[in-house]
Design a protein. Sequence first.
Length: 543
Amino acid sequence: MPKGVYNVPFPENEPVLAYGPGSAEKASLKKAIEEARAKQADIPMYIGSEEIRTGKKLPLNPPHDHQHVLGYFHEGDSSHVQQAIDAALGAKEAWAELSWEHRASIFLKAADLIAGPYRARINAATMLGQSKNAFQAEIDSACELIDFLRFNAHYMTEIYQDQPESSPGVWNRLEYRPLEGFVFAITPFNFTAIAGNLPASAALMGNTVVWKPAYTQIYSAQVIMEVFREAGLPDGVINLIYVDGPVAGDVVFNHPDFAGLHFTGSTGVFRHLWKTIGQNIDKYKTYPRIVGETGGKDFIVAHKSANAKEVATAIVRGSFEFQGQKCSAASRVYVPGNLWDDVKKYIQEDLKDIKMGGTEDFSNFVNAVIDEKAFDKIAGYIDYAKNNDMSEIIAGGGCDKSKGYFIEPTVVVTKDPQSKTICEEIFGPVVTVYVYQEERFEETLELVNSTSPYALTGSIISKDRYAIELASKKLVNAAGNFYINDKPTGAVVGQQPFGGGRASGTNDKAGSALNLLRWVSPRTVKETFIPPTDYRYPFLQEG
Ligand SMILES: NC(=O)c1ccc[n+]([C@@H]2O[C@H](COP(=O)([O-])OP(=O)(O)OC[C@H]3O[C@@H](n4cnc5c(N)ncnc54)[C@H](O)[C@@H]3O)[C@@H](O)[C@H]2O)c1
Ligand SMILES: N[C@@H](CCC=O)C(=O)O
């Protein structure tokens, strides 16, 4: 069969649709939402060639309307985890052998399906199941997922093209083999794109995968799986199971063929999984790859030279988009005294204007937090701030879970730079501000660097270039994604590779070649054209 050295289509970021009044995309999204609300989905697990319905059905509800039932998913148990591992191992050889261009084609087709016929459906599923407004759903479940799929196919070819030098008479080659075993992808509730990318990136590199999403993301996970199947993903390459985390972990982390963990979620869970893998290390055939992107306590530092309106806008968008449930969300802010009155005024004006409610009404900027457990935890932090002498709530503070899990965008101002709300990850629409004396900028940078164990995202807002350089240096390890004069959220695949250090993760940068490299185990091949036939060095010969 003729072969060539192929180039995948060069990736470009998927344009973000605006969903403006009267637009075709708005009409089709509204229709998809209505259709989804009108029926009850019956969502199976996907293991090998089978759709598994266990009969143990758990409901899926919109967080902003928790009495409405979108459908049910079938929960599995440890036997389904074993079945999924068997399916992954059974599919492994054929998938690893398949030429890379065919693996790329499947995921490129998946990207086109999401960009086209599935766009409204996957966005509607994310809006209803995870309570994201239309814009937040569009940048996540459509654009970011499409970008992950297209850019990763391109990065895969860059990796394959990275080949060693060869000396005369020798040809050296690197084969980027998939890992020996299966990969376990564990995904969080908050990004549909991350849920799709964690299994897909490992599969693209030739691995087979067991994928366990968060229960609160299953409604959109099913659409992802439908897309992968329609794109031609062979049975068993990605096996989607709905099993309680510890139950799944107990089977996976005791399996000799466990070869890699691709995790995104909280720091506590990741540390627990890492320890378990460490304790079981003697059981595995290979050293498992461990990739985990985890929690954050992301900061904005404003310098005295900053524009107060720009600072306020960065706080409002960075802290409250998707209810602050982005790992990148700004949740601690350091504002100089000379700017505070203006920044406070602008934030209060914006928050008076912002509407909160269900995602079906496109004029709502803020929607509900994901579930009752998250609601109670976030409300607990707000209660703490209300009862703490050193803290004052200057906006928001209201919580109501009667119809949906609604928490007002809340701004806490604290006089204690080590207060609970400025140190701990809250993962909700609560931001804490510390007002510092403007001449103490350098000391404040030390404070920013040392206050939190996390190091995911952060930003400096300043018109003074010396201050920007100082912050960039002092905060060099305080964030894996550092922003200058911008909010710390909204990284774009191919533009700002995403991930953090310290307690925020292994910083393998999702949506980049650095991440894909974790899913291969290279083999070096040296071929000698004319092998020697004499063992002796020249100097051993007489004369
Ligand atoms: N750094 C990043 O790129 C990034 C991106 C998104 C989210 N996050 C983080 O994710 C968290 C929010 O997501 P979440 O609430 O879904 O996180 P989570 O840690 O509660 O859950 C993540 C996943 O782990 C599973 N899980 C929980 N306990 C488990 C166990 N013992 N064994 C196996 N699996 C287990 C869950 O079921 C879910 O699928 C936040 O901390 C946020 O900062 C980080
Ligand atoms: N990549 C996203 C955050 C993903 C975490 O939840 C951002 O940059 O805002």
